[in-house]
Design a protein around this ligand. Structure first.
Ligand code: AQP
Length: 331
């Protein structure tokens, strides 16, 4: 059986990278798979979140899922903290996974910064909670952006070690990452060597799912590029990260390859390409942004969807945790 699980953190500033690298791919998978899409609020608090903003941001991610085209009546949409099975399984998996595995996680090193001693224990254990999120549904496929590849490998290792340690062969399927489409790693608009991120202090570094048409146009106009015209071929993008990023964003939004974009715009100046990209981004994003605003005006509606989704999620997850407890030897 094929089952998809994925999540997005409600940490504010939901951006084009989250959309192109993750949420947009979630939409397509609902045609072929049973899909469970989570707003991972317990992951979010691994770094400080203002409680009022966390609630608003949780609704924003749910609204983005729905506005992007995920149907909540056929797929499960819920927030993580409503389903206790995630935390229960995470504890057991904390005792299966090894410290050495966590020590290799590059996201922890990036997010903890220089003073690692001051990072929360949760930030360190984050990948184990993520493994539990996936395994508690015995999900087989996990659509994510490129940055989550290492965490997915840890989830697979954890599943395999659990199966081996307890002689429970194939109890947990080894989940496969689905890293899909031409925009698995959208880069910052201010620095084409860094990934676009919610936590970048510069608002100009990202296009968010709340930006107006004017914001989008301004950010693309100011995006870092170089003085040369666009190259004629994809090879010509090498060593030009800012240019490569904008061409990649155009390709992803237009449903084209980078080569096709360059066949159209190669040889032209950025002063011509950037307005075309801004128009395309507005055309593709503003219907979603408008629908998100409409949905968020009715928080009770979103909360209802999250509640119903959580009931359906529990119906799958609770028996899995019950079986895990038996396997482990808990009475
Ligand atoms: N720049 C990106 N390009 C493509 N995909 C991306 N994702 C994140 N950034 C990019 C994918 O979005 C999904 C949800 O991400 P998350 O909420 O778990 O946050 P994150 O991966 O930690 O990255 P963010 O959104 O930029 O937040 P911060 O600033 O906190 O690091 C995932 O599938 C992710 O791969």
């Amino acid at each position: 059986q094929n089952r998809v699980f994925s999540g997005v953190q409600p940490t504010g500033n939901l951006h084009l990278g989250n959309y192109l690298g993750a949420i947009r791919n979630f939409v397509g998978l609902q045609q072929t798979h049973e899909c469970i899409y989570c707003v991972v609020d317990m992951h979010a608090i691994t770094v400080w979140q203002d409680p009022k903003e966390l609630a608003a941001n949780t609704r924003e991610v749910a609204a983005a899922y729905i506005a992007a085209g995920i149907d909540p009546s056929t797929n499960i949409i819920f927030n993580q903290s409503k389903v206790a099975a995630h935390a229960e399984l995470a504890w057991i998996l904390n005792c299966v996974a090894r410290i050495g595995w966590l020590n290799r996680m590059t996201q922890f090193k990036d997010k903890a910064g220089k003073d690692r001693e001051k990072a929360s224990v949760g930030l360190y254990a984050y990948p184990i909670l993520m493994a539990a999120d996936i395994l508690v549904y015995r999900a087989t496929h996990v659509p994510v952006g490129d940055d989550q590849k290492q965490h997915l490998e840890l989830a697979r290792d954890t599943a395999q070690k659990f199966n081996n340690d307890f002689g429970a062969q194939d109890f947990f399927p080894l989940p496969e990452p689905l890293i899909m489409g031409p925009a698995t790693r959208v880069m910052s608009l201010r620095d084409g060597t860094k990934k676009m991120s919610k936590s970048d202090p510069s608002d100009l570094s990202r296009i968010t799912m709340r930006d107006s048409a004017d914001d989008i146009a301004k950010k693309i106009r100011k995006a870092q590029t170089d003085p040369d015209p666009l190259p004629e071929t994809v090879e010509g993008l090498q060593g030009r990260p800012g240019a490569e990023n904008l061409v990649g964003i155009y390709a992803a939004l237009a449903g084209m390859t980078k080569a096709e974009v360059l066949a159209q715009y190669g040889g032209q100046q950025f002063s011509a390409f950037k307005p075309a990209l801004a128009d395309l981004a507005v055309e593709k994003l503003s219907p979603i942004t408008d629908e998100m605003a409409r949905l968020m005006a009715d928080p009770a509606y979103i909360d209802g969807i999250l509640s119903k989704g959580a009931d359906r999620a529990r119906a799958i997850a609770d028996p899995v945790v019950a079986r895990v407890k038996e396997i482990v030897g808990f009475i």
